[in-house]
Design a binder for this molecule. Structure first.
Ligand code: FAD
Ligand code: EPU
Length: 338
């Protein structure tokens, strides 16, 4: 395996941060990964698994070995009357995988169109958008332990999925390398159109007959209209999670701020729109050097060119503190800080 030294990670993270990896390599299958992980030379060196780099903020050079996952391949592994089980290599591009499934008439992932990144990271934070999360169609994944010794299958229960959460972000952080993920897709679609502006967008598109292809296109249109394209402006999507508060806290906020945007949850709690909280603190469109808060979506922090990761991080701290001060609500970063 070829290991390069002092490699700029700028092309490998959608924030476009120019931090370097002391060592960098790629792997295309389990054998290549094991060759590295079992090599005594690398055992005591910190390691970072990289997918599409669309959910990380590099705040410093990485003094270790970056392993870029390039495990490819999409195949049907099982089928029953209602479902097809499709397995994808962790290094497959997520959106291309979604389009592939739609092309085969397999339903379940269409609302998750155009999310950047790779298949292997999709279970990491249980990616979600427009009323759907991957946990809804997830079947299982295969992951190699970071010592390179054993591969394990994880079903949905073992992944402990939550809102932008999984066991791989918590208890097993940096303990496993996800090699492939299998989704249970439906031959008979159930359409999810109630969330956000999907119905409105479908009307505007002149859609008469619903299909997974139409829903995918509606989601693509909505996302393109408000989220910055990382190819043009560096970003990692939502920088913070939407915070959950108790009913009492929500009622107090509603009394003080009648326009507060919140969604009731089944557990008698409320999810607040962090974008609204941040916008109310005056951050929307704010810019400090090349670090900023997106003009159309206050939940998205951006790099206009040459911002350093610690400048974006410092801005996120100011945002977090001002939301705490004005609303008494603690935001939590969604992006993985490296
Ligand atoms: P990376 O950024 O490469 O990695 C993320 C984390 O996972 C890191 O900690 C990394 O070490 C770890 N990791 C990656 N691959 C593996 C692997 N194979 N095994 C073990 N660990 C691994 N997210 C949503 O949920 N919903 C959205 O709507 C959404 N919209 C976005 C819009 C934009 C414009 C952008 C830039 C991002 C958005 N995101 C969204 C965030 C991001 O796209 C997802 O989190 C995505 O799954 C990250 O994939 P990645 O391959 O780029 O992961
Ligand atoms: N809002 C504002 N000002 C803003 C932004 C949002 O007031 O600047 C309010 C609006 O009222 C809007 C509401 O917040 O209606 C919700 O905004 P939006 O529909 O854009 O969604 P979001 O809650 O900001 C979440 C996810 C996104 C996902 C979308 C669509 C989180 C942290 N973010 O954003 O995921 O694409 O819903 O489902 O849950 C990501 O994780 O990176 C990501 C982009």
């Amino acid at each position: 395996m070829k290991v390069s030294e002092n490699v700029s990670l700028r092309p490998y993270n959608t924030f476009g941060i120019d931090a370097a990896a002391r060592y960098f390599t790629t792997f295309r299958n389990q054998e290549e990964l094991q060759e590295i992980l079992l090599d005594p030379r690398w055992r005591s060196v910190p390691r970072m698994i990289l997918g599409g780099g669309s959910n990380i903020l590099l705040t410093q050079n990485f003094d270790g070995l970056v392993l870029k996952n390039e495990v490819k391949g999409i195949e049907v592994v099982a089928e029953d009357d209602d479902h097809v089980y499709v397995q994808a290599g962790a290094g497959e591009n997520w959106h291309q995988f979604v389009l592939h499934c739609i092309g085969k008439g397999l339903a379940g992932l269409e609302n998750l169109s155009l999310i950047p990144g790779n298949v292997g990271a999709s279970p990491m934070q249980n990616i979600g958008a427009y009323g759907v999360e991957i946990k809804d169609t997830f079947h299982e994944l295969e992951a190699l332990s970071i010592d390179g010794k054993s591969a394990t299958l994880f079903n949905a229960a073992a992944c402990a999925f939550g809102y932008r959460e999984s066991v791989f972000k918590r208890r097993y952080r940096d303990q496993f390398v996800i090699l492939n993920v299998t989704y249970r897709l439906s031959k008979h679609p159930t359409f999810h159109t109630s969330y956000g502006a999907i119905t409105q967008e479908l009307e505007q598109m002149g859609v008469k007959d619903l299909s997974i292809r139409n829903i995918s296109q509606a989601v693509i249109n909505i996302r393109s209209s408000k989220l910055p394209n990382p190819a043009e402006i560096g970003n990692a999507g939502s920088f913070f999670k939407n915070p959950e508060v108790t009913r009492e806290k929500y009622e107090q906020l509603k009394a003080d701020f009648p326009n507060v945007v919140a969604y009731p949850l089944p557990n008698d709690h409320y999810k607040l729109a962090a974008g609204w909280l941040i916008e109310q603190c005056g951050w929307k469109g704010y810019r400090e050097g090349d670090a900023g808060v997106h003009v159309k979506q206050a939940l998205v922090l951006v790099n206009y060119g040459h911002a350093k990761g610690n400048e974006i991080y410092a801005l996120s701290t100011k945002v977090l503190e001002s939301v705490q001060e004005k609303f008494g609500v603690q935001l939590e970063r969604e992006v993985n800080i490296v």
